[in-house]
Design a protein around this ligand. Sequence first.
Ligand code: FMN
Length: 201
Amino acid sequence: MEFSDVVRRRRMVRNYDPARPVPPQVRERLLAHAIRAPSAGFSQGWGFLVLESEHDRERFWRAATPKTDVWTQWLVNMRTAPLIIVPHSNKDAYLDRYAQPDKGWTDRDESHWPVPYWDIDTGFASLLMLLTAVDEGLGACFFGIPPEQIPAYRGEFDVPEEFTPIGAVSVGYRAPDHRSGSLKRGRRPVDEVVHRGQWSR
Ligand SMILES: Cc1cc2nc3c(=O)[nH]c(=O)nc-3n(C[C@H](O)[C@H](O)[C@H](O)COP(=O)(O)O)c2cc1C
């Protein structure tokens, strides 16, 4: 597929064909592409939890999602995803990397960091997985794990304290679904969000 088509066709898919698992070679390509993402200082402070069996996916949905009506409704379709990949960021890996002689932030002071590069880099890796899914003819969705569910999620999967899930990515062959209500907002045009030469209103 042309790269521009991959970008244009990507959208969050929230319903999947439960009878079609993600082929192993596609799963591995998603992960191989994820680790091609750029990372500050080449820190690569990320970690990915892959959940494929029905048992493991159920453990994920049970631990990582609240039992509210809104979530229960949203999960009806999302639960059809045959593959869930949870990308985690590791701040300590960045503080360690930037304490090395070529960077020199031996105080490990977080005020050096203009924004949390550990989350940014893991987000880049997640986007590569979303785009790879489209390139392979599948769909995917990045969604958040509510903060109050994170302890239960960590406990269920023995995720070490230094790793924080930045969200989760569901993957599968697309089934008909409703587009997000948020899209009614419309895509903001380039001229509204791009400032050339000067930030003027
Ligand atoms: C950081 C992030 C968090 C998101 N969290 C959720 C979520 O919790 N649930 C959901 O259904 N979609 C979630 N989305 C998807 C957005 O709603 C979606 O990207 C946006 O509406 C634009 O639609 P599109 O990606 O299909 O073009 C999230 C997207 C991002 C980038």
